[in-house]
Ligand binder design. Sequence first.
Ligand SMILES: *[C@@H]1O[C@H](CO)[C@@H](O)[C@H](O)[C@H]1NC(C)=O
Ligand SMILES: *[C@@H]1O[C@H](CO)[C@@H](O)[C@H](O)[C@H]1NC(C)=O
Ligand SMILES: *[C@@H]1O[C@H](CO)[C@@H](O)[C@H](O)[C@H]1NC(C)=O
Ligand SMILES: *[C@@H]1O[C@H](CO)[C@@H](O)[C@H](O)[C@H]1NC(C)=O
Ligand SMILES: *[C@@H]1O[C@H](CO)[C@@H](O)[C@H](O)[C@H]1NC(C)=O
Ligand SMILES: *[C@@H]1O[C@H](CO)[C@@H](O)[C@H](O)[C@H]1NC(C)=O
Ligand SMILES: *[C@@H]1O[C@H](CO)[C@@H](O)[C@H](O)[C@H]1NC(C)=O
Ligand SMILES: *[C@@H]1O[C@H](CO)[C@@H](O)[C@H](O)[C@H]1NC(C)=O
Length: 495
Amino acid sequence: MFRFEIEDMRLCEWRMGHVMRFALLLMLLALVYPSTDAQDFEHCKNSIKQWASTSLQSDTKDGHILKDLLFFLHVPRTGGRTYFHCFLKKLYSGDLECPRSYDKLRFDPQRPDCRLMATHDDYSLMSKLPGEQTSVVTILRDPVERVFSTYEFSIEVAARFLVHPNLTSVIKMSNRIRSKNGGISTLEIWPWKYLVPWMREDLFSRRDARRRKGSPYFYGNDSYDMEGVAMPLHDYIHHPIALDIVHNGATFQVAGLTNNSNLRGAHELRQCVITHPILGKYVLEVAKKRLDDMLYVGITEDHRESATMFANVVGAQVISQLMASTVTSNNTTEQGPPFSDSSIDATDDPDNSSSTDEAKGENMTVGKLMETYETCISSLRLSQSRRRTASLKKISPANFTKEARRRVPDNAIKEIISLNNLDMELYKYAKQIFQKKHQNMEQNLHGSLKDEKDHMMLTNITPAWTAVYFFSFIFLVLFVCFFKSAKRRISKIKI
Ligand SMILES: *[C@@H]1O[C@H](CO)[C@@H](O)[C@H](O)[C@H]1NC(C)=O
Ligand SMILES: *[C@@H]1O[C@H](CO)[C@@H](O)[C@H](O)[C@H]1NC(C)=O
Ligand SMILES: *[C@@H]1O[C@H](CO)[C@@H](O)[C@H](O)[C@H]1NC(C)=O
Ligand SMILES: *[C@@H]1O[C@H](CO)[C@@H](O)[C@H](O)[C@H]1NC(C)=O
Ligand SMILES: *[C@@H]1O[C@H](CO)[C@@H](O)[C@H](O)[C@H]1NC(C)=O
Ligand SMILES: *[C@@H]1O[C@H](CO)[C@@H](O)[C@H](O)[C@H]1NC(C)=O
Ligand SMILES: *[C@@H]1O[C@H](CO)[C@@H](O)[C@H](O)[C@H]1NC(C)=O
Ligand SMILES: *[C@@H]1O[C@H](CO)[C@@H](O)[C@H](O)[C@H]1NC(C)=O
C-alpha cells in the first residue's frame, strides 16, 4: 500500500512536471511564435475582407457607354503611351485634358472641365473623380514581359544620367531643371520616381567600382547578369522595392492598392498580401470585378485587335460625344499644366505631337482615327527605338536585345511568374474579357453594316410606299363617304 502511494506520488509528480513543462512550452509558443503571426494574419484577413467588400459594392452601371470623363488607367510598360499619343491626343484637344497633378484636381461633378484623365495613378483615384460620370479604360500585358520591360526601362532611363561625372552633379542638375520646369519632372511620376533613382544610384556605384578596379574588366556575355555594369535581373526581382512596386503591379493598380494609392491603408493592405499570399485572392477578386466594369480592356500582345477595338469602342463614342458637346459648351477655364505622357515613359522631351493641331473630335471619324493612328505609331516607335539605342550605348556591352532575353534561364522566368501570380491570373481573365468583347464587336460591326443596308433599302422604298398608302387611304375615305351618302340617299328614296 505504502509503496504504491509513494510510487503514485512520484508518478504524479512526474506527470505534473510533464504537464507543467508542456503547458509552459505551449504558452511560450503561443506568446512568441504563432500568436503574433496568427493575430497578424487574422488582422490582415479582416482588413482585406472589409476593403474587398466595400470595393465590390460600388458598381458602375452601363460600363459599355462612355461617360463624361475618360480615365485611362495606364499600367506602366503596357504600351499605353501609343494609345495616349496616337488615339487620345488625336481626339481630345489639350484643354480637355485634366490637370496632371491629381492632388490639385478640383472637380465640379456637375460640369467637369476636363474629359480625359490619363495617368499611372491607380484605381483609387476614382475617389477624387466623379465616379458615376467616369469611364475607365486600361491595357494589360503578359506579366513576364511587363517585368522585363520595367527592369530594362528603369536601367535605360537611369543610364541617360551616366553622362555626368558623379551623382552629386546629377542631383544638382535635376534640381536646376526641376525649378525651371515649375515643379514637373519625369522623376516625380510614379513608379519611375522610385525605380529610376534606385537604378541610377546603382549604375553610378557600379561604374565607380569598375574604375577603382581598373581595366581590363571582365563583363561576361549575359546582359541580364552583368554585375559590373548594372543590377542583374535576378537581384532586381528579389529586391524589396521590386516586391513593393513591380510585382503584381497590374493587379494592385487595378485594385487601387499600389505604392501610390490615394487610399489611406493601402500600404498596410499591400504588405498583408505580400506576407500572406493566400489573401491575394481578395485583391484579385476586386481587380477582376473592376475589369468587368470597364469600358475597354486592351491586351498588349493582341496589338492589332486591341487598337481596332479601341477605335471602334472608345474612339467612336468620344467622337460622337465631342460632336455633341462642341455645340453646347464653349467654356475653357483655368488650366493646370497639361499632362504630358511623353514625360512618363520617356523623359524630358517636350511633347511635340499635340502641337500639330490635327483634326480633333469634331470632324474625326473612326476610319480617319485608325489612319492617323497608323502613321503616328510608326513614327513614335522609331523615335522610341532611337532613344533606347542611344541610352543602351551608355551601358555597353550590356544590351537588352531579344536574343539576350531568350538566353535568360528558365528558373528566372519561373521566379517572375511565381512573384506575379496575381497578375498572371488577372491577365488570363483580361484576355477572356477581351475575346468576348472582340467577338461582340465583330458581330456588331457586321450587324450594323447589315442594318445600314436594310435601313438604306427602307429609306429608298419608303417615299414610294408612303404615296401608295396615302392615296389608298384617301381613296378609302372617299369610297366610304360615297358609299354612306349613297346609302342615305337610297334610304331617303325609300322613305
Ligand atoms: C562631382 O563632379 C563635379 C563636376 O565635375 C566635381 O566638381 C565634384 O567635385 C565631383 N564630386 C565628387 C564627390 O566627386
Ligand atoms: C557565353 O559564355 C558562355 C561561357 O562563359 C558560353 O558557354 C556561351 O556560349 C556564351 N554565349 C554566347 C551567346 O556567347
Ligand atoms: C513607395 O515605395 C518606395 C520604394 O519602395 C518607398 O520608399 C516609399 O516609402 C513607398 N511609399 C509608400 C506610400 O508606400
Ligand atoms: C460662348 O459663350 C458666351 C457666353 O459665355 C457667348 O456669348 C458666346 O456667343 C459663345 N460662343 C459660341 C461660339 O458659342
Ligand atoms: C465658364 O466657366 C466659368 C468658371 O468656371 C463660369 O463662372 C462661367 O459661368 C462659365 N460660363 C459658361 C457660359 O458656362
Ligand atoms: C517637333 O516637331 C518639329 C516639326 O514638326 C520637328 O522639327 C522637331 O524635330 C520635333 N521635335 C522633337 C523633339 O521631336
Ligand atoms: C474640320 O472641320 C473644319 C470646319 O469645321 C475644317 O476647317 C477642317 O479643315 C476640318 N478638318 C479636317 C481634317 O477635315
Ligand atoms: C544592341 O543590339 C541592337 C540589336 O542587335 C543593335 O542594333 C545595337 O547597336 C546594340 N547596341 C549596342 C550598344 O551594342
